[in-house]
Write a protein that binds this ligand. Sequence first.
Ligand SMILES: Cc1cc2nc3c(=O)[nH]c(=O)nc-3n(C[C@H](O)[C@H](O)[C@H](O)COP(=O)(O)O)c2cc1C
Length: 138
Amino acid sequence: MSKVFKEENGDEWFFPDDAYILSETDSKGIILYANEIFCEIAGYKLEEIMGEPHNIVRHTDMPRIAFKGLWDDIQAKGFWTGIVKNMRKDRGYYWVHATVLRRIHSNGEVTYLSVRRTPNRDDVNSCITLYQELREAE
Ligand SMILES: Cc1cc2nc3c(=O)[nH]c(=O)nc-3n(C[C@H](O)[C@H](O)[C@H](O)COP(=O)(O)O)c2cc1C
């Protein structure tokens, strides 16, 4: 039984409030790991996304500057949090509240882990306006 669900007569998808959508990448953003709920909400099988760049779920409504901020912060501070609109394989979309963390392993390898929860609806509504303005300014 799938845990994700779709808005009636729309393209927006949702996941349970208590779910954690997880993925881990290498230092270049190549997907090394994703959990089951990640695959369900993004509409991919695990084998379709393993080894792919994380921009596989990038939505064209997202401004470039948001990801510049993400990469600058995780490299400089080891931490970033923000609201992201992602695109599914079937071109539907879903919003997440994401926290990305840098992991420095004992062998010196650097990976990044993203933990995503259901976003607050007011935050999503603010981001819809903000991201549209930022996109228009690009
Ligand atoms: C751990 C991690 C998780 C990421 N998660 C997402 C994500 O869910 N959606 C997304 O569009 N980009 C995500 N990114 C950023 C992408 O790597 C990429 O920078 C972004 O999609 C913009 O694509 P572009 O660099 O090709 O313009 C993530 C990066 C890291 C390191």
